[in-house]
Design a protein around this ligand. Sequence first.
Ligand SMILES: [Zn+2]
Length: 48
Amino acid sequence: MTATEDYTFVCPECGESLSVNDSMREALIHNGCVVCGSTVAEESFTAV
Ligand SMILES: [Zn+2]
């Protein structure tokens, strides 16, 4: 593993899929989806 991306995020609203690290995961949970602004829950993340 070379990257710091530890989770896969899939937005339940728009279907956007992103690889994120732990701090990005926290930011998404706080700020919502970067694409559609939908509220993001921890269940939307899958550990890689
Ligand atoms: Zn979205």
